[in-house]
Ligand binder design. Structure first.
Ligand code: PLP
Length: 411
């Protein structure tokens, strides 16, 4: 091995081709700016897909990473550790929950939640109560159980027989939910805002109806807050602004600001059905990840930070409205806090990716949420100056796509 020169092309030569990364290769980041390996800078509106809630290279997180890194990284779950106990206490003080299970990702947190719900139903009601209710277009991760529960069949098909006992209902359809949730239902799992599915907020009345139906039929209500959690909506968890409290909440993404960590939060009564040895993980709750997440939770839960999320949300929505006045490319701008989706008009059907590519060319990082929606999930502390600069770059990118489209039509 003598040539270790790598670039974007190397990806296609050495990686399992499940991703199609951008043409540029990020090299370092600071706050809401990222520099690629060529030294070009980008305004980061992606936050690593709703992960880097405090931006890149946050000085307090760097300090914790260094301090805990020099103490101990990993001890296994044969031992506990102080950082994970502090993190659990902090989350419990902030939420409805009084028990936590730590994992390494959102999918694993959901896997734990779904297994726990099945176990609770079997132990409390018997073998016939196993049905999991989920919603079309939902996303809950990429393990086999979570893609089967998720509402996008293309992620679950082609892998052989799927786990049984899962039904999918239309999102925000109260009548369908009332009819389908019954004595066989063991759990309902729902995103308070569907993230990957297109940034689609749940109606508060829909969430209340799910809560009621679950209570009537002894089913557990699971909120998947992997994307909406940890300050993203301007509330520490989205459920806090809905008037509905789940029995189980899953959280990951922003929880570690990029250090892989996920958690399942629940009540003491529900947690009691997971006994020693019933579920587990090697890395979950390791002291390094827990110490970082503890600092993230401390900083993000500050009321001033959450207020700042709501202000930045308004600023970005105003910018999007301006762009739309100029270019008329969006049918709707929706979402909450710093999880914002802008749906393209039919003239740009299926072309969200073209806007993302053009944005990259002009120095802005942007996400899609399905083929027709541009998604913004930046750092929760993105400075106004970066919002301004990012939107100036975005305007140039949009001008280019719109111009090329009009030219193509004129021909
Ligand atoms: C990203 C996401 C997941 C999966 O999280 P991973 O860390 O990628 O496993 C699950 N649920 C929702 C709502 C998500 O947005």
């Amino acid at each position: 091995m003598n040539d270790l020169t790598v670039n974007r092309q190397t990806f296609d030569e050495v990686m399992v081709p499940v991703f199609s990364p951008a043409a540029f290769v990020p090299d370092r980041g600071e706050g809401s700016r990222v520099w690629d390996t060529q030294g070009r800078d980008y305004i980061d509106f992606t936050g690593g897909i709703a992960v880097t809630a405090l931006g890149h290279s946050h000085p307090e997180l760097l300090r914790v990473l260094r301090e805990q890194g020099e103490k101990v990284w990993h001890v296994s779950n044969a031992y506990t550790n102080e950082p994970v106990l502090r993190l659990a206490k902090r989350l419990e003080a902030l939420t409805f929950a009084d028990r936590a299970f730590f994992a390494n990702s959102g999918a694993e947190a959901n896997e734990a939640a779904l297994k726990l719900a099945r176990r609770v139903a079997v132990e409390r009601h018997g073998e016939d109560k196993y049905e999991i209710v989920s919603f079309t277009q939902s996303f809950h991760g990429r393990t086999f159980f979570t893609v089967s529960v998720g509402g996008q069949p293309k992620y679950a098909e082609g892998f052989g027989p799927q786990p049984a006992g899962i039904i999918h209902l239309p999102y925000n359809d109260i009548e369908a939910a009332k009819q389908a949730i019954g004595p066989k239902t063991c759990a309902v799992i729902v995103e308070p805002i569907q993230g990957e599915g297109g940034v689609i907020p749940a109606d508060p009345a829909f969430l209340r109806a799910l809560r009621e139906a679950c209570d009537t039929h002894g089913a557990l209500l699971i909120f998947d807050e992997v994307q909406t959690g940890v300050g993203r909506t301007g509330h520490f968890y989205a459920y806090m602004d809905t008037g509905v409290t789940p029995d189980i909440l899953t959280t990951a993404k922003s929880l570690g600001n990029g250090f892989p960590i996920g958690a399942m939060l629940t009540t003491k009564e529900v947690a009691a059905h997971f006994k020693v040895g019933v579920h587990g993980t090697t890395y979950g709750g390791n002291p390094l990840g827990a110490a970082i997440a503890d600092k993230v939770v401390e900083l993000v839960s500050a009321p001033a930070l959450l207020e700042g999320v709501r202000e930045r949300s308004a600023a970005i929505k105003a910018k999007l409205a301006e762009l739309n006045e100029r270019f008329g490319i969006f049918t709707e701008v929706r979402g909450k806090g710093l999880l914002i989706g802008a749906e393209l008009t039919s003239a740009y059907e299926g072309r969200a990716k073209d806007f993302v590519n053009a944005a990259a060319k002009h120095g802005a990082m942007l996400l899609i949420a399905g083929p027709n929606v541009l998604r913004f999930a930046p750092s929760l502390i993105i400075p106004q100056a970066d919002i301004d600069e990012g939107f100036a770059r975005l305007a140039k990118a949009i001008e280019e796509v719109v111009g090329a489209t009009n030219e193509a039509h004129a021909k």
